[in-house]
Ligand binder design. Structure first.
Ligand code: S3P
Length: 173
């Protein structure tokens, strides 16, 4: 059966929603950032410092290509995965890709005390930076199969929303 893939900007709840969804559907749960960190033996934050974003994107794309062969999983992807069309192509081969959306203000509220996201850390004005990066990535996120607006929803409500979508209902039949 097809995978259910979650993506969307940092701080939209992909990991939490993915874990709840996987538990509910009795599917295995995979988190690309977690897999990459295990593979690298270091945190993404440290890897960005040591090797830079370009190298990270290479490793991320290889990881996506590998896990796209898996079946029956719920997969949470890092927020930059959809920016590379090859990743989308790989994930769509055997998966429905869901974009979790949140407004810049909500993302800022969720991430302002977070220290683990290198892209946010390097922003002089995080709210403005989030707005810019989100709008730069908007087109890429629109290549997903459907979007759920997570503003004002609990993680459980996001899961309910996903399960009500026809594309998901069809693969769970
Ligand atoms: C990134 C998002 C992060 C992580 C890395 C880069 C991005 O994952 O992959 O810091 O480019 O948006 P989360 O979306 O899980 O925070």
């Amino acid at each position: 059966m097809k995978n259910i893939v979650l993506t969307g900007f940092m701080g939209t709840g992909k990991t939490t929603v993915g874990q709840i969804l996987a538990e509910k559907l009795k599917r295995k749960f995979l988190d690309t950032d977690q897999i990459i960190e295990e593979k690298l033996g270091t945190s993404i934050k440290e890897f960005f410092k040591k090797a830079g974003e370009t190298k990270f994107r290479e490793i991320e794309a290889k990881t996506i290509a590998l896990i796209s062969n898996i079946e029956d999983a719920v997969i949470s992807c890092g927020g930059g995965v959809t920016v590379n069309p090859v990743n989308i192509e790989n994930l769509k081969k055997n998966g429905i890709i869901i974009n979790l959306f949140a407004s810049p203000e909500h993302i800022f509220k969720r991430l302002c005390k977070d220290n683990t996201r290198p892209l946010i850390k390097q922003m002089d004005n995080p709210l403005e930076g989030i707005k810019k990066l989100l709008s730069k990535r908007q087109k890429a996120y629109e290549n997903c199969d459907f979007t759920v607006n997570t503003d004002n929803l609990t993680s459980e409500q996001v899961v309910e929303n996903i399960l009500e979508n026809k594309l998901i209902k069809d693969i769970l039949k």
